[in-house]
Design a protein around this ligand. Structure first.
Ligand code: IPD
Ligand code: CA
Ligand code: CA
Length: 294
């Protein structure tokens, strides 16, 4: 006869995925936002710029961020939200806003459109990026590409998925057989020279380089093995928070350009399948393209 020891009963209770609600909210918000963005492609009414003529913003960026904020706060009114359109442009302002935001136990980090320049030009490579940092730890990362209808989802400790299919980074270990992504932020004084130096160094050593114009999508592509690595100097928290968790939960590695562990304040990012990570970090160092020079 089977006897149940009451002492063991607790262990036998079904496992509850505590972050499931957060993830569902992020997926729902990203899906709604993505559909709206896609429906507005080619119909931008208010094209503005922030720090420079290359740093674009539209009424869609602002409207979508409002929508995402409302959706999150409907479920979690006491959570904090750090969204790109709610922060004054400029690295110092971003750093200050992040320090404030870090004080909250639950912090959502939102990029309503990552790839605004692409969106404005009708170049179909942009996404919505939503991350949740709980007690200082990246816990949920959701990236939605409305053009390809691809929803990338990661939960801390539970893996990463694209439409329910487990994501895994590539197994490539040879730089010469690697496809690498990188990007150019609007800042042409600090970030552009560093990224150009890295490009000059890395391009001759790899199979190819892509600079698609969406940091978040490039990170999602590292996570599912479409590219083997990615780097960029001069990012903001909303460009990469969700994508970083995707890469980590897919078995990849994320550091700063010096090889130090990623933190949500990291601006100079290297993400990879792990196998070519040291090559990227070493190359950026050799090129003086880490963003930490001077
Ligand atoms: C930009 C894109 C771009 C990257 C820039 C980001 P935005 O974000 O991710 O690919 O090179 O660093 O600022 O302005 O389109 O949200
Ligand atoms: Ca962005
Ligand atoms: Ca944006």
């Amino acid at each position: 006869m089977n006897s149940v020891n009451p002492e063991n009963r607790k262990e036998r209770e079904p496992y509850v995925v505590t972050s499931k609600g957060y993830t569902a909210v992020a997926i729902n918000a990203a899906a709604k936002a993505g559909e709206w963005i896609k429906s507005r492609q080619g119909q931008v009414k208010e094209l503005g710029s922030k720090t420079s003529a290359q740093d674009l913003v539209t009424e869609v960026d602002k409207g979508v961020e409002q929508m995402i904020r409302r959706l999150i706060l409907t479920h979690y009114p006491d959570h904090a939200i750090l969204g790109e359109e709610g922060v004054e442009p400029g690295a110092d302002n971003v750093a200050f806003a992040l320090e404030e935001a870090r004080k909250h136990d639950y912090l959502w980090i939102v990029d309503p459109i990552d790839g605004t320049t692409n969106f404005v030009h009708g170049f179909p490579f942009y996404c919505v990026s939503i991350a949740l940092v709980a007690s200082g730890e990246l816990t949920v990362g959701v990236i939605y590409d409305p053009i390809r209808d691809e929803m990338f989802v990661a939960e801390k400790g539970k893996g990463a998925y694209m439409h329910g299919i487990p994501a895994a980074v590539s197994a490539e270990r040879e730089p010469g057989s690697s496809l690498i992504a990188m990007g150019f932020p609007p800042d042409r004084v600090f970030a552009q020279p560093a990224n150009m130096a890295g490009l000059q160094q890395i391009l001759p050593q790899v199979r190819g380089i892509r600079a698609g114009g969406s940091a978040a999508l490039h990170l999602a592509y590292v996570a599912i093995g479409r590219v083997d690595g990615y780097w960029e100097v001069g990012l903001s928290p909303w460009d990469c928070a969700a994508g970083v968790l995707l890469v980590q939960e897919s078995g990849g590695r994320v550091t700063d350009t010096l090889g130090k562990p990623y933190d949500i304040g990291t601006r100079h990012v290297v993400a990879s399948n792990g196998g070519i990570h040291d090559f990227l970090v070493t190359s950026l160092g050799e090129a003086k393209g880490t963003g930490f020079e001077s």
